[in-house]
Ligand binder design. Structure first.
Ligand SMILES: Cc1cc2nc3c(=O)[nH]c(=O)nc-3n(C[C@H](O)[C@H](O)[C@H](O)COP(=O)(O)OP(=O)(O)OC[C@H]3O[C@@H](n4cnc5c(N)ncnc54)[C@H](O)[C@@H]3O)c2cc1C
Length: 326
């Protein structure tokens, strides 16, 4: 089936540059796109756009405004709608990261167009329509949706699913850099005190160290942070941990928290309730540490360690330190 769609991809970036999820979104777009435009909202006109071309974009539009020094969904939504109205793509692809989900929902509502969330596969039908596969009922089933109705269609793609074909250094593309006009967002921009993007978003992390009530108290999450630091991982938690105020809600995994698909999920002192599994069962490798050999988490774990997490986690941290140093 001929690839017939012009697709726009929203670039996610932070102080370390373009986030890996952006290249996953480009990979997904390449499966069905005739042409791909990457929208890069930035305060810095000197951003490096070449990786986006090598990752699959045919055109990169860098939209420059001082308000884009940090991610704020109001400024991004205003810029994205301006760009959509200018270049009229058939579809907009974003990562189903925290920022991507928020932005897609706002733009779909304002444009009154359809949004397919948390896509894990996409195909072209015989008739050339786009078919989107999405998990439903907390991951117990999959639904196939056909996109129709007014365009552009918005699609968010689950992080860590559309891993790349790699970069093609020989690819060429067009780079357009333009200042963009935005409404006055000074109240919002100045009022925002929390630093955005300082922590690894758990939905994007390739390794997650996650703690449950079995960690016994908030002070013991330091053990998980130490292990996470050695592995370059993000720290996550079960819901009661968040309800108790030991961790922030943005760290909660599960039915009423985030859905994650990392390469490695280390569950420490987590029983494995269905509502928790709903958010992490698609992890590629699951390691469970639990003092109860009958804990439900062991039924889906690839590797299980029966014992006290407070003793085992520091041993793992030391062991990984030794291995990764050599
Ligand atoms: C509508 C609804 C939505 C929900 N959404 C979510 C959600 O999004 N995410 C979520 O996580 N939960 C959710 N829950 C709650 C869920 O049902 C469980 O109650 C919760 O996941 C249990 O968290 P836990 O495993 O940390 O605690 P527990 O179930 O209390 O398990 C603690 C585990 O730690 C082990 N343990 C104890 N001490 C140690 C030790 N020293 N070393 C090692 N292991 C130890 C125990 O053996 C036990 O298995 C939801 C519930 C409902 C009803």
């Amino acid at each position: 089936m001929e690839k017939n769609f012009s697709i726009a991809v929203v670039v996610e970036h932070d102080r370390n540059g373009i986030k890996p999820v952006t290249f996953e979104v480009l990979n997904a777009a390449r499966k069905i796109a005739r042409s791909i435009t990457a929208y890069y909202f930035s305060s810095n006109p000197e951003v490096d756009t070449q990786p986006l071309i090598e990752g699959g974009a045919d055109e990169v539009r860098v939209c420059i405004h001082p308000d884009y020094e940090q991610y704020i969904h109001e400024t991004y939504a205003a810029g994205l709608i301006t760009e959509i109205n200018k270049s009229r793509p058939d579809m907009i692809f974003l990562s189903a990261s925290n920022n991507g989900k928020e932005l897609a929902a706002e733009v779909a509502t304002r444009l009154q167009v359809g949004l397919a969330t948390d896509c894990i596969d996409l195909q072209l039908s015989e008739k050339g329509e786009v078919l989107i596969k999405r998990p439903v009922f907390s991951g117990k089933a999959h639904s196939m949706s056909r996109l129709s109705g007014p365009q552009p269609y918005l699609v968010t793609l689950r992080p860590n699913v559309f891993r790349g074909e790699g970069f093609e250094e020989t690819r060429n593309g067009e780079i357009v850099k333009e200042a963009i006009n935005l409404p006055d967002f000074s109240q919002i921009v100045k009022g925002l005190t929390r630093e955005v993007g300082a922590e690894l978003d758990i939905t994007e992390a390739r390794i997650i160290v996650s703690g449950g009530l079995g960690m016994q108290g908030p002070e013991n999450f330091k053990l998980l942070e130490d292990l996470a630091e050695v592995l370059g991982a993000a720290v996550a938690a079960s819901r009661p941990v968040v309800d108790n105020g030991w961790q922030e809600y943005s760290h909660q995994v599960g039915q009423t928290g985030r859905t994650v698909s990392p390469d490695l999920y280390i569950a420490c002192g987590i029983s494995g309730a269905v509502q928790h599994l709903a958010g992490m069962s698609s992890s590629r490798c699951i390691v469970a540490i639990n003092s109860d050999p009958h804990a439900a988490i062991f039924s889906i774990a690839d590797y299980g360690i029966v014992g006290d997490a407070l003793k085992i986690v520091p041993l793992l941290t030391q062991e990984f330190k030794n291995i990764l140093k050599s």
